[in-house]
Design a protein around this ligand. Structure first.
Ligand code: HEM
Length: 407
């Protein structure tokens, strides 16, 4: 049906775009700029028929077109056959509610999660996050160099999510490895994606079974004790899906944001010096990191024919929710290609738009704030050792994967 090894160079971005193109992953902004002028909703038949909106207004409008644009299959690559044929998929669908659900299931599964992500609840994770960041820096600060992505950014979110879910924090390297195999390497290798999806689910099936026997004060136990709108207990497999989402939604995303921010500061001395001298700039800097380096791209699948702005989309087509591209639209942001550390007006949609807007945004902001502030306090001066050695991942979640710096 599709070939992820498809490395045909792009001839025309309007009619045959490729979000896995290596140059696009490194810097997609020029492509978005060209498309916004020439063909604001691009199309491709690569892998499967899909559309790429590039304007802020269009991405927002399409994100709100529910249920014609469904979240049943929100990854940017086609669903592997092995998943379609899986009995759990046939009964529960992609089952990572609420991100894979449409209303009405989306409404109640999201409502169950939100109280656990309120600013007050999330703030209780601040001390833990600070300790984690300091411990990580202790491991390499005396070496005078380290990998800001691999040794630091990558090591933070998995530990925080484990703490939040109440699962074994010593297994964070495994969690990160599993999630990368689903969201990063698994995008081009469906067998990996299916294998590690099952590994994560089996892990949570055991955790859920354990909480059924021994409930405690953690998110998994609270979800198991909750009921659906008909007053029935939530099915354990649904709780497994919701936990799976916490891991998958909370790790690569936040790590990519922290990594991009540190990469930016390493390569932009003016912003680095300003942030070190004026730490009160962090709130606007953080939003600008989110806008400029928005890590998350999602997808929707058409359930019926839709014509939008003269573009006809058919059932089964995908629409790429290009939140990163929207955040660089000059119609919505003044000088969008300039990183403005104290940008006052910044209505970015890095956390999405519409009913699926990120439920974990308070946690993501807290982790970014603590991670970047702690780094800047302890390592205010740092630079990239070798720009050629920096690697970026893209597709579903964009961010640097290796950023070796000296200080
Ligand atoms: C910088 C880090 C993050 C970014 C940029 C981000 C971005 C996003 C985006 C764009 C969506 C919308 C998905 C869609 O429209 O289909 C989303 C949804 C979601 N995110 Fe995040 N996210 C981040 C971190 C987190 C964290 C730490 C968690 C919590 C563990 C989390 C939990 C969720 C959940 C549960 C949803 C689904 C909401 C729904 O479907 O109603 N995210 N996120």
């Amino acid at each position: 049906m599709y070939d992820m090894s498809d490395t045909q160079p792009v001839d025309d971005w309007a009619t045959d775009y490729d979000i896995f193109d290596a140059d696009y992953i490194t810097d997609p902004t020029a492509v978005w700029g060209e498309l916004r002028e020439r063909c604001p909703i691009a199309h491709t038949e690569r892998r499967q028929s899909s559309f790429l909106p590039t304007r802020y207004e269009d991405v927002q409008a399409l994100a709100k077109m529910v249920p014609e644009l469904s979240s049943a299959d929100p990854l940017v690559v086609p669903l592997p056959e092995a998943v379609r044929n899986d009995p759990v998929f046939q009964e529960y669908g992609a089952n990572s509610p609420p991100i894979t659900s449409d209303p009405p299931d989306h409404t109640w599964t999201r409502r169950l999660l939100l109280p656990h992500f309120s600013p007050k609840v999330i703030d209780a994770h601040r001390d833990f996050t600070e300790r984690r960041c300091n411990d990580l820096i202790d491991r390499f600060i005396d070496d005078g160099e380290g990998d800001a992505a691999g040794d630091y950014a990558q090591q933070i979110p998995a530990a925080v999510i484990a703490n939040l879910l109440g699962v074994d924090e010593t297994r964070v390297d495994e969690f990160t490895f599993w999630v990368r195999n689903v969201l990063e390497f698994g995008l081009s290798e469906p067998e990996l994606r299916v294998k590690y999806r099952d590994v994560i689910r089996d892990f949570f099936r055991a955790e859920v079974a354990d909480r059924q026997e021994n409930p405690r004060d953690d998110l998994i136990s609270h979800l198991l004790a909750a009921t659906d709108p008909d007053g029935n207990p939530i099915k354990p497999e649904t709780v497994v899906g919701m936990c799976n989402l916490q891991l998958v939604a909370g790790i690569d995303t936040t790590w990519s944001s922290i990594g991009s921010a540190l990469w930016h500061l390493a390569t932009h001395p003016d912003d680095r010096h300003r942030l070190a001298a004026e730490p009160d700039l962090m709130p606007t800097a953080l939003e600008e990191f989110l806008r400029f380096y928005s890590p998350v791209t999602m997808a929707r699948v058409l359930t019926e024919e839709v014509e939008y702005n003269g573009v006809k989309m058919c059932p089964g087509d995908k629409v790429i929710m290009n939140f990163p591209g929207a955040n660089h639209d000059p119609e919505a942001f003044e000088e969008p290609e300039r990183f403005i550390i104290d940008r006052a007006r910044n209505r970015h949609i890095a956390f999405g738009s519409g009913i699926h807007r990120c439920a974990g945004s308070n946690l993501a902001r807290l982790e970014m704030d603590v991670a970047i502030s702690t780094w800047m306090e302890r390592i205010p001066e740092f630079e990239i050792i070798d720009p050629e050695d920096v690697t970026w991942a893209g597709g579903q979640v964009r961010g640097p994967r290796r950023v070796r710096v000296r200080f």
